[in-house]
Design a protein around this ligand. Structure first.
Ligand code: ASP
Ligand code: MG
Length: 420
């Protein structure tokens, strides 16, 4: 059994969707569990629907949702999907579900509504794709992953209940493969015991695919992307970025941690735990070898560059010149964890602590407010964090140039530079 994941970019237009049957025909003799994201930028568009709804602007929410509905119907029509096996009915039910909700007045917190609305992106894309592939002779069974992925109710970053999910998978997914080669389902979403939809965090489909791979003891996971494979830098920011043929789990988990947008950071653990290799392949040219990620530690890697914009440095200083001890550091970590803020860089001195984090409006101000019970707090905004693994001094000099450096941390492997 293999697990495939197709991201939003691989299904963002009719012409790209038309490529899928040819890719899948190469795996005719395999059992495949296929995880698919929402089409293109649908998740962003649905976020805007949720925002308008929560702001009490029903008209705008419905108008925005109407556009999403239209674009999906148009794609379905261009693919020539007639109404067999209740396809229109299923699509109609999803649309109606959201439209009903949008007519309500919000009484719960935003994150709850966000998940009920945003999950539709994956449900629509997979319904269309499953139907189209069946017509194209790639017989598959569509599954609503909310019946399989059991989560807690931490909306927008729900946690998987591994035991329940494993049990449902065994009961409901495994038997499907007795009659069929392909099961097609959604990434990114799940549901609570109370049947409320949840999402696992933006870009979470990679993680969903890794969970399937782990629980199904898959031979491998393949993530299909619009690039050749993993690159040593973002090609949009660094035109001479280089393709990397082979990487260890250890390197990829570091890259993801530092903010490289290769693979969702939570993807590696479920794979590493069962030693399942990960292939990152190009759906535009499946004959390319792609990147292989596995347990081998690879030496001689090129420098790996990650740039994170919109960083904030939080300066904390004890009020009475007492040392920053374990206790106040522990309390700071508790605050970070309660607010789900990741410290991208942390530096401690005798009476000061400095924490660099993504500047998520609202959250950072809240942290500053809470931390001011313990420290004098100052925020330095508008910074860029440059991380280079396997760095060379010349490259670091070139990339920092004339910029004003605020903080720098070195280890033999990695240098991080926070700068204006
Ligand atoms: N559609 C979701 C997102 O855009 C999940 C994913 O693509 O992985 O964040
Ligand atoms: Mg995506």
């Amino acid at each position: 059994m293999k697990v495939f994941k197709f991201g939003g970019a691989s299904v963002d237009s009719v012409s790209r969707i038309l490529n899928l049957p040819a890719i899948l025909k190469n795996y005719e003799s395999e059992k495949l569990l296929i995880v698919i994201s929402a089409m293109g930028k649908t998740t962003n568009a649905l976020e805007k629907v949720a925002e308008a709804f929560y702001a009490g602007n029903t008209g705008l929410a419905l108008e925005r949702f109407g556009e999403i509905r239209q674009s999906h119907l148009q794609i379905a029509q261009s693919l020539g999907t007639p109404d067999i096996s209740g396809f229109q009915q299923r699509m109609g039910d999803f649309f109606t579900e959201v439209e009903w909700l949008l007519h309500d007045k919000p009484v719960r917190d935003f994150n709850y509504y966000y998940d009920q609305i945003v999950c539709i992106g994956e449900l629509l894309s997979t319904s269309i794709l499953s139907h189209y592939l069946n017509m194209a002779g790639i017989t598959n069974q569509w599954v609503d992953v909310r019946d399989i992925f059991s989560t807690d109710d931490q909306f927008r970053s729900a946690n998987i209940d591994w035991e329940k999910t494993a049990a449902r998978l065994k009961e409901e997914i495994v038997p499907l493969f007795n009659g069929i080669h392909i099961v097609l389902t959604q990434g990114f979403i799940g549901s609570t015991d109370a049947n409320e939809s949840t999402t696992l965090g933006r870009e979470g489909s990679d993680y969903s695919a890794a969970i399937f791979a782990n629980l199904l003891d898959a031979d491998s996971l393949t993530i299909w992307k619009d690039v050749e494979g993993v690159m040593n830098a973002d090609p949009k920011a660094f035109p001479d970025a280089r393709f990397i043929r082979e990487l260890g789990y250890d390197e990829v988990i570091e890259m993801a941690f530092y903010g490289a947008q290769v693979i969702h950071p939570k993807t590696i653990k479920p794979l590493q735990n069962k030693n399942i290799p990960l292939h990152v392949k190009c759906f535009l040219d499946p004959s390319l070898p792609g990147t292989l990620i596995h347990s081998k530690h690879i030496n001689d890697l090129p420098p790996i560059i990650v740039l994170k914009q919109n960083q904030v440095l939080i300066h904390l200083r004890t009020r009475d010149y007492s040392f920053v001890g374990e206790e106040s550091t522990a309390r700071l970590y508790n605050m970070l964890s309660a607010l789900h803020i990741q410290a991208n860089l942390l530096q401690s001195g005798a009476v000061t602590l400095q924490v660099c984090a993504d500047h998520i409006p609202g959250k950072i101000e809240k942290l500053a407010q809470e931390a001011s019970l313990l420290f004098d707090v100052q925020l330095e905004k508008g910074l860029t964090l440059l991380t280079i693994r396997h760095y060379r001094k010349e490259l670091l000099d070139k990339l920092t140039g004339e910029r004003k450096i605020v903080l720098q941390q070195w280890t033999p492997e990695t240098v991080q530079t926070l700068m204006y």
